[in-house]
Design a protein around this ligand. Structure first.
Ligand code: CS2
Ligand code: MN
Length: 368
């Protein structure tokens, strides 16, 4: 596995590149131009500026998360071709700096949803928390205001531009079924995948978070069956997925280990994190350690090891620990601990299976 770390950009992240550099085994940054609204072409100069920043620390920028999809594409509106053209231009610009994977999602209106960015865990750390009753009773606008009220950081996928038009979007989606949404995804992929093949950039769709219907909006990236279906919409290795254990794992029927085996050829990016599930459908994110949550992170890493996974991996969200002042879910400390847990498991499986060719490319070993 190739370890990467999400970074929100200079002036937009509490975590410094010099700090990421000291986390063992991190070889690249997962990045995006977060200030650009969905649908805009990412300018070449800005993409190249990120490359220069990363180069200074010896990081690659192979993975982008996310190039967000304009709502017109998801809605199948008349102007979707214009936005697809823009997407293609962005792909071409990303190819110039060697990008290999683009993570994106196809969730209508919202990116991930939580009810509390600072849910309290028994050890007094806090983490992203989802309470089903609250979502059921809440007006979507209220939820958005709650998330947007986080004064220091805009949350990924919650660009103010998109949220301002929330009401209009809800009525636009009223008659869009899951099947329609799947067709719109197919339309998009049919146009974009040939370009990806030409520029050698793989697309990796991120599952819906949480993977069930919210506010009556359609949802199509929630189960193994749907992921499989998506990979067949355009049958190319460039049409792949981001297997996010935490997003998919809150749905009890989703078995992440089985998914890894079943979708192995199309997993281009792995998000690994743990969550604790409660009987009523609530969930809270926990440390990465298996026994701290409901997901078998040890078996998940083992499955990746067994399929000989050579793709990119990142710890997903982390808790807020040691009073870190950071973007909710994206502090330095707990994600770094998560990485060490993932490496610990990986190296142990490596030992057990007697692999003599241990990859030391990213070792921090002191060479004189
Ligand atoms: C989230 C998302 O779980 C996650 O990875 O933080 O914001 C994710 O980055 C997007 O849905 C991917 O498009
Ligand atoms: Mn994820």
């Amino acid at each position: 596995m190739r370890m990467v770390f999400r970074w929100f950009g200079e002036g937009n992240d509490s975590v410094k590149l010099s700090q990421i550099k000291q986390i063992p085994g991190v070889e690249g940054l997962v990045w995006a131009l977060h200030d650009l609204p969905a649908g805009e072409v990412w300018p070449l100069e800005r993409v190249q500026a990120i490359k220069r920043q990363a180069d200074q620390f010896g990081f690659h920028i192979d993975v982008v998360e996310s190039v967000n999809i304009h709502e017109s594409i998801k809605l199948g509106s008349d102007d979707r071709d214009y936005y697809i053209e823009n997407y293609i231009k962005t792909i071409q610009h990303l190819a110039t700096v060697g990008v290999k994977v683009i993570c994106y999602n196809f969730m209508p209106v919202f990116d991930w949803i939580r009810t509390d960015l600072f849910g309290l865990l028994p050890d007094q750390s806090t983490a992203l928390f989802y309470e089903s009753d609250k979502v059921r009773d809440m007006d979507p606008l209220e939820l958005v205001q709650k998330i947007a009220a986080n004064p220091d950081y805009t949350m990924p996928g919650w660009e103010p531009e998109r949220l301002e038009t929330l009401k209009g979007l809800f009525s636009a989606y009223q008659n869009v079924t899951n099947q329609d949404l799947m067709h719109h995804l197919k339309y998009f992929l049919e146009k974009v995948i040939p370009v990806c093949e030409e520029y050698d950039i793989k697309l990796a769709i991120h599952p819906d978070d949480p993977p069930w219907e919210i506010f009556t909006l359609p949802r199509i990236v929630t189960t193994q069956h749907q992921l499989k279906e998506i990979t067949q919409l355009v049958d190319s290795p460039y049409n792949g997925i981001t297997l996010c254990s935490g997003a998919l794992g809150v749905l009890k029927e989703n078995n992440i280990v089985t998914m890894i085996y079943d979708l192995r050829d199309r997993i281009h990016f792995a998000h690994i994190r743990n969550v604790q599930l409660f009987d009523n459908g609530d969930f809270i994110e926990t440390s990465h350690r298996t026994m701290d949550g409901s997901l078998p992170i040890d078996q998940i890493v083992q499955a990746y090891h067994e399929i000989g996974y050579t793709g990119y991996v990142r710890p997903d969200h982390g808790r807020h620990i040691w009073n870190e002042d950071c973007r909710p879910g994206y502090g330095l400390y707990d994600r770094a601990l998560g990485i060490m847990y993932l490496w610990g498991l990986w190296d142990a499986y490596q030992q057990i299976r007697g692999k003599d060719e241990v990859d030391v490319t990213n070792s921090l070993q002191f060479k004189r």
